[in-house]
Design a protein around this ligand. Structure first.
Ligand SMILES: [Zn+2]
Length: 151
């Protein structure tokens, strides 16, 4: 009973299950993926492969393939990156304050492997008021019906 109450008050963050050294990540990720996922880089807006994607399906972490978002959570944002108004439940996302450029933003990371996804802002246009702004490079997309990754 007690733990249920705590769960309601504090969102649970799933435990990190994937631990790799930076050398190991370098071997499995492309240089671009490594830069964004592990060095917290940002792809140039309007260049990513998913910012205009409207197909139904599931978005997973490009580093460990944990499910993070579905197409139902995605909305058209003119910021140039894939944007979601919420994430899948179960603590899939880890949040951390980022003061890198002299102002405060909330960085979002994959809870399963600690890789950088993007940032979340409080200016979302939907009922949640949130805008999860994610690099396309940080995501894989699986179309609903065929279950194939869109490359
Ligand atoms: Zn991950």
């Amino acid at each position: 009973m007690k733990s249920k109450i705590i769960e309601k008050e504090k969102p649970v963050v799933a435990e990190q299950r994937v631990f790799k050294t930076e050398e190991e990540w370098k071997k499995i990720l492309t240089p671009e993926q490594y830069h964004i996922l592990r060095e917290k880089g940002t792809e140039r807006p309007y260049t990513g492969k998913y910012y205009k994607t409207n197909d139904k399906g599931v978005y997973t972490c490009a580093a460990c393939d944990a499910e993070l978002f579905t197409s139902d959570m995605k909305f058209d944002s003119d910021c140039g990156w894939p944007s979601f108004d919420r994430a899948l439940e179960g603590g899939k996302i880890k949040y951390q304050i980022d003061r890198a450029y002299g102002w405060e933003r909330t960085e979002i990371m994959c809870a399963n492997c600690g890789s950088h996804l993007g940032h979340v802002f409080d200016d979302g246009p939907t009922v949640t008021g949130k805008r999860y702004c994610v690099n396309s490079v940080s995501l894989n997309f699986y179309r609903e019906k065929k279950g194939e990754a869109k490359k």
